[in-house]
Ligand binder design. Structure first.
Ligand code: GLV
Ligand code: MN
Ligand code: MN
Length: 417
């Protein structure tokens, strides 16, 4: 390890988390909403870019709106690839302050440690904020990092139409973040992402640091059921083609298969549903809803998808409705880089922090960047395992410990050159 000593400015990191968390604040309940490429996302981006400039970073924005703050190493030669630290600052609706933002701002805290010590890193360090990680407005999720890693052509991504009918490319241009850098232009030698766990495991086990060595597969579909609208008071049950009932039956079926599976690793969620005409005394003629399926094992994920598809065929026939499925996202499980995970573990141990190896249940940009560079993640505990909720919380001391691990891993990697 290097002779000089670097440290995280805890107060500054926590203050920035607080300031960014106040942007896009919801009217009540302490949440915030900065969905990708919205006006609120622009305000968050502007603040982030300002902080990058304050640290005298070179700021680049690519065609996907991904933002990069680059701390150049004077010893950088063309073939010395940078170390990248990244995450996202877009949010779900009515979100907590930490999901994504913590990782980006901890990246700035690492850079600030170098700046404060007057030390230049042996390789350049890039802090990245990727566009539309959450996938709330545009699907697939993790769009910016997916494109960056070559998993989707940029033109296709910019043409994505959002849930509000907007085109992603138009919205990025409108908010001033349609950059000119080609996605993927800067290939990192390694990628690190620090994130709140968003689940209950670390807290329940009294562990401080999660060394994340794999991430489960994700399957997103939109299902449209077309039945026949009819009178709620006059139509006998056996004569109904009730899109609402069929939607409910599908959701119930999903719960049954995941609970019945052994091991019980598959997760199924319907987070969005809409009926038409959506009135109390009319049998719905249309139901549209989403299905989010996840499993760390690709075969089990495929099995859940197959069971769903068989059930759709069966219930469509039985109820006299038609059912269409649209694929919104599909990502296989990812195994992170073993050497990088070992470095995270060594840093946690060296700092005297308790830790455990774990799987990420949430999707992350690291899962995409793992296609082009060794990647791994660091987790800190989430109180009560709550996330995607304004009540998301991690103790300040734990947030600082996570950033210290990140800084230590960065120093470890750069010292190894
Ligand atoms: C992102 O937060 C996801 O896992 O859906
Ligand atoms: Mn996140
Ligand atoms: Mn999230």
């Amino acid at each position: 390890m290097p002779a000089f000593s670097l440290s995280i400015d805890a107060a500054q990191l926590l203050a920035q988390i607080h300031t960014l968390g106040a942007i896009g604040a919801d009217e009540s309940d302490g949440g915030r909403t900065r969905v990708a490429a919205s006006d609120e996302d622009k305000l968050g981006r502007d603040q982030l870019v300002q902080w990058m400039r304050d640290l005298l970073l070179e700021v680049r924005v690519d065609r996907m709106g991904n933002i990069f703050g680059i701390l150049r190493s004077p010893s950088d030669e063309g073939d010395r690839q940078p170390l990248m630290i990244g995450s996202h600052i877009d949010t779900v609706r009515n979100a907590g302050a930490l999901d994504g933002s913590y990782g980006v701002l901890a990246g700035l805290a690492v850079v600030r440690a170098y700046r404060a010590a007057g030390v230049s890193p042996k390789r350049s360090i890039i802090v990245a904020a990727f566009t539309n990680e959450e996938g709330v407005r545009y699907q697939p999720d993790m769009t910016g990092s997916l494109v960056y890693a070559g998993g989707l052509p940029v033109e296709v991504a910019l043409d994505l139409i959002g849930t509000d009918g907007t085109r992603l490319g138009d919205e990025l241009a409108r908010i001033g973040y349609a950059g000119d850098l080609e996605p993927g232009a800067i290939l990192p030698r390694e990628y690190l992402e620090l994130h709140v766990e968003q689940g209950p495991i670390l807290e329940a086990e009294g562990q401080l640091i999660g060394v994340v060595d794999n991430l489960q597969g994700i399957s997103w579909q939109k299902i449209t059921v077309r039945g026949v609208a009819n009178h709620a008071g006059t139509t006998p049950t056996r004569m109904r083609h009730d899109a609402g009932y069929v939607a409910a039956a599908i959701i119930t079926f999903l719960r049954e298969i995941v609970v019945g599976a052994a091991p019980e690793t598959t997760l199924a969620t319907t987070g969005s549903i809409r009926f038409e005409p959506d009135v109390i005394n009319v049998i719905p003629r249309l139901a549209t809803f989403t299905v989010d399926l996840r499993d760390p094992n690709e075969q089990r994920l495929q099995s859940a998808e197959r069971q769903l598809s068989d059930f759709l065929a069966e219930i469509a026939e039985r109820e006299g409705v038609t059912i269409e499925c649209e694929r919104l996202a599909r990502f296989e499980p990812v195994i992170f880089d073993a050497a990088l995970a070992a470095d995270i573990e060594a840093s946690a141990r060296g700092l005297g922090f308790s830790y455990r190896r774990m799987t990420s249940g949430a999707g992350h940009d690291a899962q995409m960047i793992a296609r082009i560079a060794p990647a791994a993640m660091i987790f800190v505990p989430s109180r009560g395992g709550i996330s995607h909720n304004p009540r998301e919380h991690t103790d300040e001391a734990h947030l600082v410990c996570g950033a210290q691990v990140l800084l230590d891993v960065v120093q470890r990697r750069l010292a190894a050159d």
